[in-house]
Ligand binder design. Structure first.
Ligand SMILES: Nc1ncnc2c1ncn2[C@@H]1O[C@H](COP(=O)(O)OP(=O)(O)OP(=O)(O)O)[C@@H](O)[C@H]1O
Ligand SMILES: [Mg+2]
Length: 255
């Protein structure tokens, strides 16, 4: 049985209500969420647009404070320096400085992780190679395509060799070949002992990559379990859980 140290992320009764300028509640983005991510697994946080995936991730990282409930990262409060030092994060949008080259971007993140010069040089070389950007390493990222920028951001999230890698929509904007490479990368990292928490609404990607998933809908977990225990495709399972009654009404528009 897993001991406490094997639980890398734990959420208990977590809620997040966003408020307007006058502190009036606007959206309940997360509504009573319980979740745990164990060491060495690839955990998928799935759900339709607006279901609360990124908000949950931001609370796990300590970037947003929950309105209620408890979040623990490595058994520590999220946002504590010792918890932060052990994680890597790929945000939903690749926020990169346009005037820095790919190599300079990675050097910047290596500095934040306090890596020494030799390790920095070595790791940048390995990561640029890994994400297939060695040939364009000295070009400013402002001129990169969306997929190339995503690769730089992914490499940046790995620069500190984190214990926990949090990926918010890692394959968004990537072509099918690059998507496959990212899926393989995630599986290889997990096989090497890294714990991965990823969000996605691309169910095929999640099905191939994740050990366990939780499906969010309107901020609540509507299902959680091992992908191998579903007994059906993740796509049909997902649609049965969250897809009922949802469709675009096109007829009035076409009239
Ligand atoms: N900073 C914010 N202020 C107000 N409302 C927000 C904020 N961030 C998110 N929300 C709202 O919270 C809800 C959940 O948003 P969230 O970004 O977590 O969804 P998501 O599951 O990541 O969606 P997507 O798949 O489109 O990325 C949405 O209704 C969104 O409008
Ligand atoms: Mg999101």
């Amino acid at each position: 049985m897993a001991d406490a140290c094997d639980t890398i992320v734990e959420l208990k009764g977590v809620e997040k209500t966003f408020r307007d300028f006058w502190l009036r509640p606007t959206v309940k983005a997360v509504d009573g969420l319980d979740l745990s991510v164990r060491r060495g697994e690839v955990f998928g946080l799935l759900g339709p647009n607006g279901s609360g995936k990124s908000t949950t991730v931001k609370m796990i990282l300590g970037l947003l404070a929950p309105s209620a409930g408890k979040v623990a990262l490595f058994g520590l409060p999220p946002g504590s320096p010792s918890a932060r030092a052990r994680l890597g994060y790929l945000p939903e949008l690749s926020y990169l400085h346009p005037f820095l080259t790919a190599r300079e971007t990675l050097r910047y993140y290596a500095g934040l992780c306090d890596l020494d010069r030799a390790t920095t040089r070595e790791r940048i070389r390995e990561l640029l190679d890994m994400v297939g950007l060695s040939d364009v390493a000295d070009r400013p990222v402002g001129g990169f395509s969306k997929g190339m920028a995503r690769r730089v951001a992914l490499a940046s999230s790995l620069i500190g060799k984190p214990e926990l890698l949090v990926l918010d929509e890692p394959t968004s904007g990537l072509d099918p070949v690059s998507t496959n490479e990212v899926k393989t990368l995630v599986k290889t990292l997990a096989a090497g002992g890294m714990t991965v928490l990823m969000t996605s609404h691309l169910l095929g990607d999640a099905e191939e990559t994740c050990d366990r998933v939780a499906i969010l809908n309107h901020g609540k977990s509507v299902a959680e379990g091992r992908v191998s225990d579903l007994g059906t495709s993740l796509q049909s399972f997902f649609l049965a859980k969250v897809g009922e009654g949802r469709r675009f009404e096109v007829a009035p528009f076409l009239k």
